[in-house]
Ligand binder design. Sequence first.
Ligand code: UD1
Ligand code: CA
Length: 513
Amino acid sequence: MPQGENARPAPRSTSGAASSDPSATISTVVLAAGEGTRMRSATPKVLHRLAGRPLVEHAVRAAAGTGTDELVVVIGHGRDAVGEHLAEVASDLGRPVLTAVQDQQLGTGHAVSCGLGALADPRRGTVLVSYGDVPLLDTATLTGLLDEHRERGNAVTVLSAVVEDPTGYGRLVRDEAGQVTGIVEQKDATGAQAEIQEINSGVYAFDAAVLSDALERLSTDNAQGELYLTDVLAIARAEGHAVGALVCADTWLVEGVNDRVQLARLGAELNRRLVLDWMRAGVTVTDPASVWLDRDVILDRDVTLEPGVQLRGGTTVGAGALIGPDTTLTGCTVHPGASVVRSHGEGAEVGPGASVGPFAYLRPGAELGERGKVGTFVEVKNSRIGEGSKIPHLTYVGDAEIGEGSNIGAATVFVNYDGVAKHRTVIGSHARTGADNMFVAPVRVGDGAYTAAGSVITQDVPPGAMAVARGRQRNIEGWVARRRPDTAADQAAQQAQERSGSDLTTNPMSDTR
Ligand code: UD1
Ligand code: CA
């Protein structure tokens, strides 16, 4: 199962108050109040999506996965939209996600103070701090940080990383013994400090009481005039508390999103990892780079994903199903053994062994039964198609119910809309409807009934009947010779008549079926 953040949380009390050991309480503060100017977007930065989820949701789910007792997100810019999304995530997770508003972005230290204000007891246990714009950070890494923090008996443990280019990051300063003494921001760094390649990821575990006390003592006496959370390290150490760092070897996990270039870069990496995990779990992916998966997609064993496949919004695909090439499915359920080829689907269900495409469009409420077929240039909306029924070509099916084993002729339109309201069409089981039919809803075609090609069906067809609803054919003989003399058509007709030496009524082509 890809991505540890989906794993079951460690068994912990969900309420700090009920925890048997109050010192074991963990509270998480996710910082997400910043504006994200470099995104140049009307959408708050942390609501930009990767793998189907807003950045902040990745952060919240990673934190929730640790089993943290309380979880608070500090919001500011775009607080209404961000708050709204967080409420959805909370209901999805079935746990509270608190929010704290930071009106003015006075620095990361100030942001954490705001967050602590939302906690039941900000001085109790351990406080985990992370960012809302670091989407690849996973539960396993956070749990590793908490474990390290506890095992070392630290007051502060920072998650660091050693990077090729540390520009822009705070640098970890260590003494001769290798002990962390503090963090210095790029803008405050001396030339020598700027050379340091071990950077602050911005993720920390703090002893809650030590953190609260240190936050009281922060100053804005720095290059940016901000309250730096990073100064907590030096303050804690000066007071004799143990301060440490855990180096995160996988630097992707701590990379943040500041602009859309980074958004795409991290999106590609997250996708690469998701696809890799699914391949390891038994999914065949012909061309991993061209397959894009949302994080909440679920794939069974022996699914094959051909090139150009995008699976989004909680799509699930059953064992042995084939998807692609060039197929996008959003919120679809594809049952085992089905195939969906060069098609687009949204909120649809494809039954076991059923086949869709090439070039089909499944819209919300399309339900295709077992071994059913929705073929080429067929659009289906809000319709149930029974087991083994087939709609092979050039057809629109809207607001319909089709029984089992029926066949819908090519180029059929289910005329569901009268310009004001939508109406339903019901086709029974084992019906055979002719090509180029219009079913003008509301209308019913009974079990085992037939309809003639080219019919406009406006009245119910009883079971077993044949409905014919079209003008009768009339042949006007000799018309071309009289009205289009000396044309190529006329010549061809004359030659045909000479060849057959007989009148047209014996020509099999004149048979009016
Ligand atoms: C911060 C760290 C730096 C670290 C880097 C990692 C400080 C002083 N510096 O720098 O050491 O290497 O992160 O990315 O902490 N935020 C708020 N409210 C604020 C300020 C920030 O919510 O008042 C949020 C932002 O939305 C963002 C995060 O905190 O998610 C980091 O803020 P940012 O301004 O990007 O910090 P950096 O200067 O990059
Ligand atoms: Ca940043």
